[in-house]
Design a protein around this ligand. Structure first.
Ligand code: NAD
Length: 351
């Protein structure tokens, strides 16, 4: 099995590449532009694996994408490359439109060009997994869950650009017959998560005894999934998901943001006690515009059709995650010290 993974130097992409290369034994080509969010250190575990190759390229570059398909000749594409940080999309949406919309279009066209010339047996077996987010569905009230049939209602430039890319992927399946499957996942957490995102930001700020910012009252609810569970779900959906279908992915682990932050504080009180409870560092800050109140996934389709279950619950997963950050300063310290082009640490994100 030859798998082309876009965005494989990012948070979820690197977890997926490590899983595919090490556990599945697939031949993997990672294609990544290495934006501020891409980090080859996240692929260190597979850097000497004979079944992994890395290509630094932009998915908006049609010639580079055509060349990647022709030279690697994949059986499958798993498309994760994206601009992913909601707060950045609010202050500057252009990169989100460029990569998430134009980039996805460019990749779909390169995939179609390559796929349409394949012999019929390989053509039937080919899959294009488009990886997306539950944020395309907008916000829930106190009750209910996002289902695959929930209408799209995105709130942020990020989620609007992802919604647009989902529609392009669906259109390429319906119009051209490209064997596309789409996944929509809830919030991920775990090792190698870029330090601008909520969970690593809180862990690292708490370690430095810096303020722990929480948007609004912290009542916003997210449905947290451990990143390795997502990687396994993606492999399953790409392997056995039905063409033209969408699959929601979520761990049934709803938590209010304020409770996530307090749980991290409790864990650090035990692992790194210093006399003062870490909760005293919490600071409530002005809410993000258009901040969705609640996301929660109904993963019944994935559970019943493909027999997937999240293995990690939030309580064990968050302990593992905090422990990982304590043991892997080599990975996060250069990012934390601002050795990347964004220079925006200290902002808060919940995805
Ligand atoms: P990330 O920001 O950590 O990684 C994105 C990767 O894409 C980076 O390595 C970056 O260098 C690369 N990239 C960006 N623009 C590119 C371009 N033009 N060409 C090639 N590579 C480019 O993101 P993530 O959190 O790992 O998310 C991966 C995917 O999963 C995204 O499509 C995102 O929308 C989706 N998703 C994320 C979450 C979450 O909680 N993080 C949840 C559901 C879905």
């Amino acid at each position: 099995m030859r798998i082309l993974v876009t965005g494989g130097a990012g948070f979820i992409g690197s977890a997926l590449v490590r899983y595919l290369v090490t556990d599945v034994g697939a031949e993997v080509l990672t294609v990544d532009k290495l934006t501020y969010a891409g980090n080859l250190n996240s692929l260190r575990a597979v850097e000497s694996a004979s079944n992994h190759r890395f290509l630094q390229a932009d998915i908006c570059d049609a010639a580079a994408m055509n060349e990647a398909f022709e030279s690697f000749r994949p059986d499958r594409v798993m498309h994760l490359a994206a601009e992913s940080h909601v707060d950045r999309s609010i202050t500057g949406a252009a990169d989100f439109i460029e990569t998430n919309v134009i980039g996805t279009f460019t990749l779909l066209e390169a995939a179609r060009r390559y796929w349409s010339a394949l012999p019929s047996e390989q053509k039937d077996a080919f899959r294009f997994l488009h990886v997306s987010t539950d944020e395309v569905y907008g916000s829930l009230g106190d009750d209910g869950l996002f289902e695959e049939v929930t209408p799209y209602d995105p709130s942020s430039p990020y989620s609007a650009s992802k919604a647009a890319s989902d529609h392009l992927a669906t259109a390429w399946q319906r119009t051209y017959g490209l064997p596309v499957v789409i996944s929509n996942c809830s919030n991920n957490y775990g090792p190698y998560h870029f330090p601008e995102k909520l969970i690593p930001l809180i862990i690292l700020n708490a370690l430095d005894r810096k303020p722990l910012p929480i948007y609004g009252t912290g009542a916003n609810v997210r449905d947290w999934l451990y990143v390795d569970d997502h990687a396994k779900a993606l492999h399953l959906i790409a392997s056995r998901g039905r063409v033209g279908e969408k699959y929601n992915v979520g761990g049934r682990n709803e938590r209010r943001n304020v409770d996530v932050v307090k749980r991290i504080c409790q864990i650090l009180d035990q692992l790194r006690p210093d006399g003062t409870p870490h909760e005293q560092l919490i600071q409530y800050v002005t809410d993000r515009p258009g901040h969705d109140a609640r996301y929660a996934i109904d993963a019944t389709k994935l559970e019943t059709e493909l027999d997937w279950r999240a293995e990690e619950n939030f309580d064990t997963g968050i302990e593992k995650t905090v422990q990982w950050y304590l043991e892997n300063e080599w990975w996060w310290r250069p990012l934390r010290d601002g050795v990347y082009s964004g220079q925006r640490l200290g902002t808060l994100e919940t995805t």
